[in-house]
Design a protein around this ligand. Structure first.
Ligand SMILES: [Ca+2]
Length: 158
């Protein structure tokens, strides 16, 4: 197989002339860091590019890698899993018992009384006595008849 290349190379993205009738591709340009670029086994002199002697560039910082780890420190609370893009981070709060952008808000009520106020009947519920505080939620049996009692299941209290 023979591959013939053109006389122009695009790294990380490409631009179209203003009057080009071709649709602009939906693919976003590269975000990240590259080093030691070679074309035809020749190291590209990025300083010559920077000085305008060769090619052109835009939205590029030469001699610096601006990658920021947006998950270090991890802003997700209560064991939420952090994922990141070039611009932002996201928390996956699945199975943490908390919700919100940083898994801050407890999804459980703080007491059996709170469940009773919601009209719930005697049953087993997850409660989080300190709400968004560090204490993990746990399961209790709430007896809603008469005086509300909370029965901890053996071995389940945090
Ligand atoms: Ca808590």
């Amino acid at each position: 197989m023979q591959v013939k290349t053109g006389d122009q190379y695009f790294f990380g993205g490409y631009s179209f002339p203003l009057n080009d009738i071709q649709p602009i591709p939906s693919q976003r340009s590269f975000q990240g860091c590259m080093q030691l670029l070679h074309v035809d086994e020749q190291l590209v002199d990025l300083h010559a590019v920077e000085q305008g002697k060769v090619g052109s560039f835009s939205n590029v910082n030469i001699d610096m890698c601006a990658i920021i780890d947006r998950c270090l420190p991890n802003h997700c609370e209560h064991g939420g899993r952090c994922t990141q893009t070039w611009d932002s981070f996201k928390c996956n709060c699945e199975r943490t018992g908390y919700s919100g952008a940083t898994c801050h808000n407890s999804i459980y009520e703080q007491s059996c009384e709170a469940y009773k106020h919601l009209g719930r009947t005697s049953d087993t519920y997850w409660i989080d006595p300190d709400g968004s505080g560090p204490l993990a939620p746990f399961k209790v049996y709430c007896n809603m008849t008469g005086n509300i009692t909370m029965i901890l299941h053996h071995g389940q209290a945090a």
